[in-house]
Design a protein around this ligand. Structure first.
Ligand SMILES: CC/C=C\C/C=C\C/C=C\C=C\CC(=O)SCCNC(=O)CCNC(=O)[C@H](O)C(C)(C)COP(=O)(O)OP(=O)(O)OC[C@H]1O[C@@H](n2cnc3c(N)ncnc32)[C@H](O)[C@@H]1OP(=O)(O)O
Length: 289
């Protein structure tokens, strides 16, 4: 891949207890919806989702996320932090426009890219952390739970709300959720399509910490990644794999079937109708604001 390396100085003087550092921006020429930077001092990469207004995950954004993750691993970064450029939305989840009245080839590529992105993030060799600085419904929650650590800002929401849109959260969405939330809580929440407030999410273990600012969230993620500094990275990666291999193998072996189930479900007229009504509701709400 053709990676452009630029060196960009970032003054951290406004952040207490932090020495001046630099970040390298590694970005592919086509990067449109993401910013990817590596802190030269810590070796930690930050992937910032930047697809206004709500970072909904379309094919291009998913592809860029995969490229960033690959860059972080190839460059032997100490870890990866995922966050958002928005002040109110981490990501609104999958771009509903990719699934509403979709084109055949595009929707297949879209779902296949989502499967790949999830497997690469969930199975990543390097430590991963989510600085959730906004709402994280559905696919947003999927990204957060694929990471090893989550910190969230107050008064936002997170969860798997698919049933409220008339769709079903696939098994692999649920499996990562089950890593952090007790089974009974998960079953009730996901069948109800419940979105947890930050405080509720913290209470059930869906997020590990709550802080007030994005800077504090990034610092917490850095702290988590830094906690592995005395751990052999190879031993760490293999140990992580032991915890995650089952879900990864399950999806890898069922990829085509999972795609066909997805297509079968979203192409049902009743599902298309429900999605259309949901989208209309979002648009009406957005116009009122
Ligand atoms: C056995 C099973 C096997 C297989 C499974 C089969 C199928 C599974 C299929 C799919 C799984 C999907 C998972 C998903 O991720 S679906 C997406 C779910 N996301 C949501 O429900 C979130 C919807 N959005 C919101 O609630 C809000 O936008 C918000 C809280 C995130 C932010 O609120 P704001 O007030 O800041 O912003 P808005 O005014 O609401 O929105 C601005 C703008 O953006 C549009 N928009 C919002 N979300 C989406 C989205 N997810 N996709 C596309 N577009 C979105 C919204 O309509 C507004 O547009 P306009 O400016 O009016 O044009």
């Amino acid at each position: 891949m053709n990676i452009i390396r630029t060196v960009r100085s970032v003054a951290f003087s406004s952040i207490p207890n932090r020495t001046l550092s630099t970040t390298r921006s590694l970005s592919t020429p086509s990067a449109q919806y993401t910013a990817f930077e590596v802190n030269d001092k810590t070796g930690i990469a930050t992937l910032t989702l930047n697809r206004p207004p709500v970072n909904s995950l379309n094919l291009e954004l998913l592809t860029e996320m995969r490229n960033c993750l690959k860059d972080a691993e190839t460059n032997k970064c100490k870890g990866l932090i995922i966050t958002s450029s928005s002040n109110s939305v981490f990501t609104a989840g999958l771009d509903l426009l990719e699934m509403y009245q979709p084109q055949d080839e595009r929707v297949k590529s879209f779902w296949t890219a989502l499967q790949s992105m999830w497997m690469e993030l969930y199975g990543s060799k390097i430590p991963t952390a989510a600085a959730i600085n906004g709402h994280a419904p559905a696919g947003g929650c999927l990204i957060a739970t694929a990471c090893e650590y989550r910190v969230m800002l107050p008064n936002f929401t997170i969860g798997l709300n698919e049933t409220l849109i008339g769709i079903v959260a696939p098994k692999w969405f649920v499996s990562a959720f089950l890593n952090v939330v007790p089974r009974r809580v998960a079953e009730q929440a996901i069948t109800q399509g419940k979105l947890f407030t930050t405080a509720e999410a913290h209470n059930v273990g869906l997020v590990d910490d709550v802080v007030n600012t994005k800077e504090e969230a990034i610092a917490k993620c850095e702290q988590f990644i830094g906690s592995f500094k005395n751990v052999n990275p190879y031993a760490r990666a293999l140990t992580k794999q032991q915890f995650r291999i089952k879900e990864l193998q399950e999806l890898e072996q069922q990829r085509e079937k999972d795609l066909q189930i997805f297509l079968g479900l979203i192409m049902q007229p009743s599902v298309q109708k429900a999605m259309g009504i949901y989208l209309e509701g979002l648009k009406k709400k957005s116009k009122k604001q």
